[in-house]
Ligand binder design. Structure first.
Ligand SMILES: CC(C)(COP(=O)(O)OP(=O)(O)OC[C@H]1O[C@@H](n2cnc3c(N)ncnc32)[C@H](O)[C@@H]1OP(=O)(O)O)[C@@H](O)C(=O)NCCC(=O)NCCS
Length: 178
């Protein structure tokens, strides 16, 4: 690995079972695994990341760049019990969606255990209390049952379908005004 990851500020969000923090170089193996899981490729897309350097580049040019520019990003979810990095959860801003979005993705072996919910609840609280963000949105593929269930549990409301710039497929748009 010849790329280094700069961590300009520190973020630490505490949940019952997780510490959420900025992604860093040590998360490259988890990111490589996550981005190549069938559910991630089907529901989010193929980022074309195939090795650890690619994963590092993703961390640098994606979440850490957004953190530097906007003060929020997708964070690493690390188990308190054994320090294992098990997925990402946080905030994203993208063209075509007016407000910051919640976003999440967990390694398949950690899905369905409540980590999506507890991380997103904490992120929404962080957005409101620390960042002053009062309106959040989310998007997902129409057939992403798990994501729709999670967003519904988080009190997001489906508000319609949109097509993101440069895309052809429609995605579901959700809003949370709490
Ligand atoms: C979507 C995702 C983040 C959900 O996180 P999770 O940790 O599995 O979800 P949780 O365990 O916190 O579950 C939250 C709610 O969703 C429900 N749920 C979770 N997976 C589900 C599934 N496959 N089908 C139906 N409901 C599901 C849970 O039952 C729970 O509701 P309940 O408390 O009423 O039972 C996770 O499945 C994932 O990483 N998927 C792959 C990547 C992805 O699709 N990311 C989202 C892109 S928009």
């Amino acid at each position: 690995m010849n790329e280094s990851v700069a961590s300009p500020v520190s973020v630490s969000i505490d949940t019952p079972q997780l510490i959420m923090r900025l992604l860093n170089e040590s998360d490259a193996p988890m990111i490589l695994e996550l981005l190549n899981e069938p559910a991630f490729i089907t529901h989010i897309g193929d980022k074309g990341v195939r090795d650890l350097n690619g994963a590092l580049n993703y961390i640098n040019s994606g979440p850490l760049k957004m953190q530097k520019e906007l003060g929020f990003s997708l964070y690493c979810c690390q188990l308190k019990s054994n320090n294992e990095a098990i997925g990402i959860s946080g905030l994203i801003k993208r063209d075509g969606v007016e407000y910051p979005e919640v976003g999440f993705g967990f390694l398949a072996r950690y899905c369905g255990q409540g980590f999506g919910y507890q991380s997103s609840k904490a992120v929404m609280e962080h957005a409101k209390q620390q960042l002053g963000i009062t309106r959040l949105q989310a998007i997902c593929n129409p057939d992403n049952t798990a994501s729709i269930a999670l967003l519904t549990k988080l009190a997001f409301q489906y508000t319609g379908n949109i097509v993101l710039p440069g895309q052809t497929k429609r995605v579901k748009l959700f809003d949370n005004l709490n």
